[in-house]
Design a protein around this ligand. Structure first.
Ligand SMILES: NC(=O)c1ccc[n+]([C@@H]2O[C@H](COP(=O)([O-])OP(=O)(O)OC[C@H]3O[C@@H](n4cnc5c(N)ncnc54)[C@H](O)[C@@H]3O)[C@@H](O)[C@H]2O)c1
Length: 704
């Protein structure tokens, strides 16, 4: 049988879920389980039923790709299936052999008995997609594990191990060994002892303490409620479990679920979920491409980035050799790594034994001979083409055949760097973000000659070191920084016409950004951005920039590191306070330009910020720098603090409507600095055709 196997062992029917990788409850699997239950109930020789998963999962939950589609309600729906199981006259035992998440845990709870592997992870992650467990989860879980624990699981979305739930009515047994055998044994005992089909719905909730937990939870999640409607609705559904009869509670849960399903926030979070998964697919690089083994890594340069990059590999058990030019620089770099790990030990997140192990995996050297055996070399030296040239020419001489030679450059032409070697096919960009051991994003910069297996191996490396890899073509700033440069320029120009830095930051933080642009600049270093701007002034002499950021830099206000930037900072503190000096400079610049300052509303700030990102994103798509619109979103969600409940800049654009955006951009182009508002041809085309970025696929994908 596709989706599930049906077998019998004596008087017990065994339905084995077979829908890899995680037995998601797509319509096919739902039908197969329902068929199995009905067949067992129609067979006089069968007296009990076991439902068991296969592989590492019992059941990973609903099939998210069905959400919002008609197939989600196709018969049997989850609701039909769980009612069928719960009402089965023959007792049903869930054998939770592994992961049971969301609909998977709901499936188990609709059964009458449950046996779980002690290590199995059980959870209700729906809230992370802006939803609630909509097929009985909010009604059955509080009955089976108590209101407090159920609220924690449902509102946090975090899984709990079966071992920790062993003492609750949720689990009749937890075992370390063979789960199907234990479930079969329980089913035989149920038959022998004529035990009843226990229904979770029949359990009465003790409401005396429940209200206090509900109230506490409401207070805890209220601050999030503006941007994330799901947690409060989860609490509302659990409250219904406490106050209402089971069937009424189910109805309330279902209507809240449907309400959430239609929110933009849930749509955005679901988009982000698929976008992250989709980013690993590279159209012209087949999934089965043979990968180059990466067993030893070398990092060139032990500065801000090099140390963090090395830590990523050490954390997954891969030995790293770090190469520097001087012993002093090497010692400095390695001691920063040590301090980083020491602080993790102090916080209790790393054991002293693991600390020793990690430090033993990292070695320093001043000699290229010591990195000749590396399978992957990542260069993180100064951002200077001449230094990169020397490093890559040397690497070409010493690196073993087949080694991947990667550059962490942020701005330089990767194809030029590759051309310094006689093996450009082995060269690729691995653009880490600061702090390199923390930031989730890794832009994989595919050069004109990068070999397909080098690209595929880089994507696999990203996954191995727990990053989200996104493919970018070669251009100035790649996907993320190229868009960021345009956004910064817009926000700085807004200062000239009437806004102030704190107002702009606040407007964008209210929109949901982790930090507004001026706070970001103070963190990243205004000197770094100044350096980039100076290059842009030369390369794009017709582009108009605000002079204000340069004036800030001329005063040595480089940001947090120098104790002053767009904001003032007290020594040793990160909290920013408004600088009257900076505000005066902003006003002086407007006067110097002969501009009468006007009130700039928060809505205009958000529009100018977002539409500048979106417009550059459209150019990036059209030029084939990004493979798909959702990749641009992933870059912003994982590397730039873009709010996940907005789905990324291009998803957000689709929710606003491209023709609305185009109309606003045309209005902006009639104002100050019109050159910045030339709409990208792709944006115009899609808007005119009434299409979205999600509709767009490139004419010829990838490179051949
Ligand atoms: N700092 C960031 O936020 C960031 C983010 C992404 C990418 N990058 C890129 O990463 C690279 C490194 O940046 P960083 O911020 O770590 O710089 P850094 O100045 O902190 O460190 C560079 C290190 O390289 C060493 N070095 C210089 N020449 C060398 C050589 N020939 N051989 C070996 N080591 C050499 C220096 O001694 C120094 O320790 C640059 O290409 C930069 O554009 C930086």
């Amino acid at each position: 049988m596709p989706f599930a196997d049906y077998t019998s062992q004596g008087a017990v029917a065994v339905i084995t879920l077979k829908n890899p990788p995680v037995n998601a409850l797509s319509v096919g699997l739902r039908a197969a389980i329902a068929d199995g239950v009905e067949r067992a109930n129609n067979d006089a020789a069968i007296r009990a039923i076991v439902i068991v998963g296969s592989g590492s999962a019992f059941c990973g939950g609903a099939d998210v790709s069905e959400f919002g589609q008609p197939v989600m309600a196709a018969s049997p729906s989850l609701w039909d299936l769980f009612a069928l199981i719960e009402n089965s006259p023959k007792p049903v035992v869930a054998a939770i052999n592994g992961l049971a998440l969301g609909g998977g845990l709901e499936l188990a709870m609709a059964c009458h008995y449950r046996v779980a592997a002690a290590a199995a992870q059980l959870g209700m992650p729906e809230v992370k997609l802006g939803l609630l467990p909509g097929a009985g989860g909010t009604q059955r879980l509080p009955r089976l594990v108590g209101v407090e624990r159920a609220l924690n699981m449902i509102v946090s979305g975090n899984p709990v191990s079966a071992r920790d739930l062993a003492q609750t009515p949720l689990l009749d047994a937890t075992v370390d060994g063979d789960v199907p055998a234990a479930a079969l044994e329980l089913a035989e005992r149920v038959i022998a002892e004529k035990l009843p089909a226990k229904k979770a719905r029949d359990i009465r909730i003790d409401s005396t303490t429940a209200e206090a937990f509900l109230q506490f939870s409401r207070g805890a999640v209220a601050p999030l409620a503006k941007n994330y409607p799901a947690p409060l609705k989860c609490i509302q559904a659990v409250a219904a479990a406490v106050a209402q009869p089971f069937d009424d509670g189910l109805k309330i849960e279902k209507s809240l679920f449907i309400e959430l399903m239609n929110t933009t926030e849930s749509k955005a979070l679901r988009h982000a979920f698929f976008a992250m998964r989709g980013a690993a697919k590279i159209p012209d690089v087949p999934a089965g491409t043979a990968l180059r083994p990466i067993k030893r890594v070398a990092v060139i340069g032990a500065g801000t980035m090099g140390g963090g990059i090395a830590m990523n590999f050490v954390n997954t058990g891969i030995p790293v050799t770090v190469l520097e030019t001087t012993q002093a620089a090497l010692d400095r770099g390695l001691s920063t790594v040590r301090k980083n790990y020491e602080s993790t030990v102090k916080k209790g997140r790393l054991s002293p034994a693991d600390f020793e192990k990690r430090m033993s995996l990292i070695t320093g050297t001043l000699s290229y001979e010591d990195i000749a055996a590396a399978d992957l070399v990542i260069e993180a030296v100064f951002e200077d083409m001449e230094v990169k040239r020397q490093v890559f020419q040397k690497l070409d001489q010493v690196a073993k055949r087949g080694a991947i030679l990667a550059s962490n450059t942020s701005t330089l032409d990767l194809d030029k760097i590759a051309a310094y070697t006689k093996r450009p096919e082995d060269v690729i960009g691995l653009h880490f973000f600061s702090p390199a051991n923390v930031s989730k994003l890794l832009e994989i910069v595919r050069g004109a000659k990068s070999a397909k297996d080098v690209v595929a191996t880089s994507m696999a490396v990203a996954k191995q070191i727990k990053k989200v890899g996104v493919i970018s073509g070669v251009c100035d700033g790649f996907i993320g920084n190229r868009m960021m440069n345009v956004y910064f320029r817009q926000m700085e120009l807004l200062l000239d016409v009437g806004a102030l830095p704190a107002q702009i930051d606040q407007a964008l933080e209210n929109f949901g950004f982790a930090m507004g642009p001026f706070r970001v600049a103070d963190l990243a270093g205004n000197d770094v951005l100044w350096y980039i701007r100076k290059r842009l002034y030369l390369e794009y002499p017709d582009r108009v920039f605000s002079k204000t950021p340069d004036r800030i830099c001329e005063l040595g206000r480089f940001g947090q590191k120098s104790g002053a930037g767009w904001y003032d900072y007290k020594p040793g503190e990160r909290s920013a306070s408004v600088s009257t000096l900076v505000n005066d400079i902003v006003l002086e610049e407007s006067a110097r330009l002969g501009l009468t300052r006007r009130t700039v509303g928060d809505e205009e700030i958000v529009q100018r910020a977002l539409y500048s990102l979106i417009n550059e994103g459209a150019r990036i798509l059209e030029e084939g720098i990004a493979l798909r619109a959702s990749d641009v979103d992933v870059v912003y969600l994982t590397g730039y603090g873009f709010p996940d409940f907005r789905g990324g800049p291009l998803f957000y654009a689709d929710t606003v409507g491209l023709s609305n955006i185009l109309r606003s951009m045309r209005e902006f182009s009639r104002g100050y600095q019109p050159d910045a508002w030339q709409p990208a041809p792709l944006l115009v085309r899609l808007a005119e055709e009434g299409k979205t970025f999600a509709d767009w696929t490139p004419p010829t994908r990838g490179k051949t």
